[in-house]
Write a protein that binds this ligand. Structure first.
Ligand SMILES: *Cc1c(COP(=O)(O)O)cnc(C)c1O
Length: 396
């Protein structure tokens, strides 16, 4: 029963969040023409979307989605193994395997589902799983669902990881999992060293490259390409919600036997409807046309990122990250972080401030994300706004 006591308890919980500055207010976006968004009737330059390549507005992508919508309707009203598998889903799985040099692929309605449906299929009591402390929430939840012994290593601390791997020598299976790109810092994982460590200690190597796929590496294969382990990780998970599309959807790709087993046992695959055909059509378009249409956009993204970072550094801002378009503007002080986000909004720039518990205490930041679709003019406008707002608040 929803008693008055329960009601008051929840109200108090929400109030504590408000007072602590932890209450998230969703901004209602009224239009999404791309790098601009309309919020509260005001047109703003969007500096915080995962729209790295501008795919969600790209003509070819939209056309492919519309074609799939027309041919296959809104959806299959079914999970994959009953009546939810179309030739489009199979084509997309084949295209992804080819793109990432893997043996087979399984689609999910999100990368969150891919991660939560993965580990419990492969691991049980008597096994061990090793996870970087900064891994994405979906990995953390996936780890929680499996019965293997859990080891959490400090961020990027491979010495600690090795000690843990040795301590778990008696386990039937060992599995190491990491984000390819850590989303709060735009930092790329040491995938080459992790791979070597996994080989040395006979551990399965899993990378979630949601922020890397389509963005990093010479041919856009992601952080795995950038770090020289393309075709060498056992399991790769990623999303169609960032550079490879923009709507939703995800996948797990890797060794054939593992994908076969996931099709039999992965709960988020078996008990959830198949991927919307329009999303599958759009993702297939991006993968199949990556060379011709999206590599140039990826190069433009790199160029935009360099251009904007140089401008911000000249202004005197402290930046985190490096080559990835995630550009954290380190403000440190939480109150100032939020004040800067508000001031930027006044200036017509849309960003969000991140404070504890999303990032560690005293590490408040504005996470800027550059897109290939940003024009130099937009980046210049944003620079001017950041100069004015930063000076007003005594940040620079
Ligand atoms: C964004 C992200 C996800 C979630 O992807 P969805 O497809 O939106 O569920 C999972 N893992 C990482 C590392 C991400 O950055």
């Amino acid at each position: 029963m929803f008693s008055n006591k329960l009601k008051t308890d929840i109200q108090n919980e929400l109030q504590t969040m408000r007072e602590g500055g932890l209450f998230k207010v969703e901004k209602v976006v009224e239009g999404h023409p791309g790098t601009e968004i309309i919020v509260d009737g005001k047109k703003l330059i969007n500096l915080c979307a995962n729209n790295y390549l501008g795919t969600s507005q790209q003509k070819g992508v939209l056309k492919a989605a519309q074609k799939a919508l027309k041919e296959y309707s809104l959806g299959l009203n079914s999970v994959r193994f009953i009546a939810g598998t179309t030739d489009l889903h199979k084509k997309l799985e084949t295209a992804i395997s080819k793109f990432f040099q893997t043996e087979d692929t399984i689609l999910y309605t999100s990368c969150f589902d891919a991660n939560t449906g993965l580990f419990e299929v492969l691991l049980t009591e008597g096994d061990a799983i090793f996870s970087d402390e900064l891994n994405h929430a979906s990995i953390i939840d996936g780890v929680r669902l499996c019965k293997a012994e859990r080891f959490r290593f400090h961020h990027n601390n491979l010495e600690e990881l090795e000690k843990q791997l040795i301590a778990a020598k008696g386990a039937r299976r060992r599995l190491v999992v990491t984000d390819g790109v850590f989303s709060m810092d735009g930092e790329i994982a040491k995938l080459d060293e992790l791979k070597a460590l996994c080989d040395k200690h006979d551990a399965i190597f899993v990378v979630d490259d949601s922020h890397g796929s389509g963005v990093l590496g010479k041919t856009g294969r992601g952080s795995i390409e950038e770090k020289g382990v393309l075709g060498k990780v056992d399991i790769l998970t990623s999303t169609f919600g960032k550079a490879l599309g923009g709507a939703g959807g995800g996948f797990t790709t890797g060794k054939k036997e593992i994908i076969d087993l996931l099709r039999q046992r992965s709960r988020t695959y078996l008990f959830s409807n198949s991927l919307m055909p329009a999303i599958a059509g759009a993702a297939l378009y991006v993968i199949e046309h990556f060379e011709q249409e999206f590599i140039p956009l990826k190069e433009r993204l790199t160029d935009n990122t360099r251009y904007f970072r140089t401008k911000l550094e000249k202004l005197g801002y402290t930046l985190g990250g490096g080559s990835h378009p995630i550009t954290p503007l380190m403000i440190f002080d939480e109150v100032k972080t939020m004040a800067l986000a508000d001031a930027l909004l006044e200036e017509g720039i849309y960003t969000r401030g991140f404070a504890y518990p999303v990032v560690p205490k005293g590490k408040g930041r504005i996470r800027i994300q550059i897109s290939a679709a940003h024009t130099k003019e937009q980046l210049d406008t944003a620079t001017t706004a950041l100069e004015r707002a930063g000076k007003k608040l005594n940040i620079i």
